[in-house]
Write a protein that binds this ligand. Structure first.
Ligand SMILES: Nc1ncnc2c1ncn2[C@@H]1O[C@H](COP(=O)(O)OP(=O)(O)OP(=O)(O)O)[C@@H](O)[C@H]1O
Length: 264
């Protein structure tokens, strides 16, 4: 891989809930075009970290820099506009909408806005709508989801639903996608499809990923680098091979059997 640069830089990040220091002095970086893992035991602060980066929590300290810009404490819409989109642990597809409609919602839904914004005039709205339709058509062709374009999300299998959800995140043209436990509840053969899709997006479309995931087989096989959290802070960062053999990580999280595929 050629010389990389940090796309996301999290420095001394803190988020406290009363006396609970959910995130406390967290440092890590995500290199451009990498797949980076964020792992750690239950309650380590991974979700709070994601939510703080994505603008759903105001940090109590530290900075988040993205693509050279300070996005610390930016609201969710500004974070999406900066180029960061997040998927959620639980499936967020709209079951009664078609695959195509689910993608269209992603054009604005990922920003937490209404589909029809009252602030837009009719001509601006039509232009945005036209662009969103074109983008959705292009993504359907790219993913092969074209064959289920007009099916309701409720009629899809879990794997296709997950692909729709990740594809919807692409509708706002993010540089960085935060994936929150993308493999949760997926059978093993489907997991392989999702891994392939993430790797393809990185390769073909220069996407960068930060992934929270408890499935260690997935994390160790897909990630270039991994940061391990414990009690709100990073206790190690490195390649999968380095992380697997890091004494502190093995003690805090992985345990003796690093090949079990289920450290949580
Ligand atoms: N909104 C909140 N209010 C109060 N405490 C919270 C809130 N969100 C998280 N916490 C607490 O912060 C700590 C970190 O939680 P968080 O969900 O970020 O951990 P996690 O690493 O994502 O865990 P898991 O792997 O189980 O999802 C926990 O002690 C949790 O109970």
């Amino acid at each position: 891989m050629s010389a990389s640069r940090s796309l996301l830089e999290v420095t001394d990040l803190a988020k406290h809930f009363g006396g609970i220091k959910a995130v406390d002095g967290l440092d890590f970086t995500v290199e451009e075009n990498s797949i980076t893992g964020l792992i750690g035991p239950n309650g380590a602060g991974k979700t709070t970290c994601f939510r703080t980066i994505a603008g759903f929590h105001d940090p109590d300290g530290g900075t988040v820099r993205f693509d050279g810009r300070d996005v610390t404490g930016a609201d969710p819409t500004a974070v999406v506009d900066a180029g960061i989109t997040r998927t959620f642990q639980e499936a967020r597809t709209f079951p009664s909408m078609t695959v195509f409609e689910n993608l269209l919602v992603g054009a604005v839904g990922n920003r937490g806005e209404q589909l029809l914004s009252a602030s837009l005039g009719p001509s601006q709205y039509r232009e945005d709508e036209r662009r969103a339709i074109e983008h959705a058509e292009e993504l359907l062709a790219y993913t092969g989801l074209e064959s289920v374009r007009d099916q309701r999300a409720s009629e899809l299998g879990v794997g296709e639903r997950k692909l729709v959800e990740i594809t919807r995140a692409l509708m706002t043209d993010p540089e960085l996608i935060l994936l929150d436990e993308p493999m949760a509840g997926l059978p093993r053969d489907v997991t392989e499809d999702v891994i392939e899709y993430i790797e393809r997006l990185r390769r073909d479309r220069d996407q960068t990923f930060l992934i929270v995931e408890h499935d260690m087989d997935v994390i160790m096989s897909i990630c270039d680098r991994i940061t391990v959290m414990e009690s709100g802070t990073d206790i190690a960062s490195g390649t999968p091979a380095e992380i697997k053999t890091n004494d502190r990580v093995v003690e805090a999280y992985l345990g003796a059997d690093t090949d079990s595929g289920g450290a949580a």
